[in-house]
Write a protein that binds this ligand. Structure first.
Ligand code: ADP
Ligand code: MG
Length: 352
């Protein structure tokens, strides 16, 4: 069974998020296959309820448009592209930004972030059917599609690869959170947390002027590993091998981030948490860093312009940027002891 760990993080946030504050309005609902949890500060109940309703509607619509394999705009687009019609397929307006951004970040990540791999991701059993299809994986691995195989001209799209299938699982949540935040700001609401299963965007402060406090989940045992007082606005996103996985027929653990170089699930890192002001960048970067070789982490962090990063390997070795080394408040007894990033990794690199 595919497993996600959001209830534990929710609990952590519940305890840490200052929810007893009566000036915080809060709503939770399920969407995007996860728990959405929105906290607003300095807003009366009536305005808050109207904003919550609007966000619920927005996210329901986006889920329908962007879902990778259920009936909807993306599935139809993928099906149409697969026919490879000579005159192409019109690009649905709701997918344009995801496609443009995906092409850009595909290049920025040297091809590690590759949403064209939907067929391979499905063959590994991450689109509702949790068993790997060995034959299909072997066939696909021979020549994997990438974002350059999707050609866009004047609002139409052509697939130059018969196996190209878009899966926006590593970017859609970031854009959905960004759009929810835009909606709040258009209603004059400037102090909030929009949290989607632990990936979140914080703006402003609580009504008493104190910072929002968010939790970083322990990727080994759940619960809060550390807390962070958000003294500025920003998006905190985590990707991890522990977030979606299943045990295959041979008892092997299979996690959901696929390495385009091997065609296999990524190995080595347990969790990556990043801070960036833009949730789209944060979402893409967290997934990309899960696929980045340890000695290239500092360069990739710089390329994405990340403000802070915490990287935890499967063997519990860990690295964090100097700012977070200072500012993360570790749970007492937390058994993770990060080294400074980038210095440590650059030293390792130059020592080779
Ligand atoms: P989460 O689902 O926990 O938010 P991520 O943001 O890291 O996690 O996104 C992982 C998802 O991205 C996978 O479930 C899959 O749909 C998709 N994916 C897997 N490998 C890649 C890859 N190399 N490039 C782009 N997307 C990927
Ligand atoms: Mg991501």
């Amino acid at each position: 069974m595919t497993t996600t760990r959001w209830p534990i993080l929710l609990l952590a946030l519940l305890l840490l998020g200052g929810c007893s504050d009566p000036r915080v309005q809060r709503r939770q609902f399920l969407q995007f296959g996860t728990l959405i949890d929105i906290s607003l500060s300095g807003v009366d109940a009536q305005r808050a309820e109207a904003a919550f309703d609007a966000i619920e509607d927005l996210l329901e619509e986006r889920n329908r448009q962007w879902h990778g394999w259920q009936e909807g705009v993306l599935k139809r687009f993928n099906d149409d592209l697969a026919q490879q019609p000579a005159d192409g397929v019109p690009v649905p307006p709701s997918l344009k930004r995801l496609i443009d951004d995906s092409k850009r970040y595909y290049r920025l990540s040297d091809g590690l972030f590759n949403p064209a791999l939907g067929k391979l991701i499905a063959a590994w059993g991450f689109q509702g059917r949790p068993q790997p299809d060995r034959q299909k994986i072997e066939r696909l691995r021979g020549a994997l599609p990438d974002m350059d195989d999707l050609r866009i001209e004047e609002g139409r799209a052509w697939s130059d690869h018969p196996d190209l299938q878009l899966d926006f699982g590593a970017i859609a949540k970031g854009l959905a959170i960004a759009q929810a935040a835009e909606l709040l700001r258009s209603r004059g609401i400037d102090n909030f947390i929009v949290n989607a299963g632990g990936d979140l965007l914080v703006r402003g402060r609580k009504a008493d002027g104190s910072p929002w406090v968010v939790g970083i989940e322990d990727p080994f045992q759940g619960g809060a590993l550390a807390t962070l007082a958000m003294d500025a606005s920003g998006a905190v996103f985590t990707s991890g091998s522990y977030r979606r996985f299943y045990i295959d027929e041979n008892g092997q653990r299979r996690q959901h981030i696929i390495d385009p170089r091997s065609g296999e699930p990524a190995l080595g890192l347990r969790a990556v948490t990043v801070l960036h002001e833009d949730p789209v960048v944060a979402d893409v970067a967290a997934t990309t860093l899960m696929l980045t070789a340890q000695n290239h982490l500092p360069e990739m962090v710089e390329r994405f312009g990340l403000q802070e990063v915490l990287v935890i390997a499967e063997d519990r070795e860990a690295w964090a940027t100097p700012g977070w080394l200072k500012r993360l408040q570790w749970r007492s007894g937390a058994d993770i002891h990060p080294q400074p990033l980038p210095k440590q990794l650059q030293d390792q690199d130059s020592g080779k």
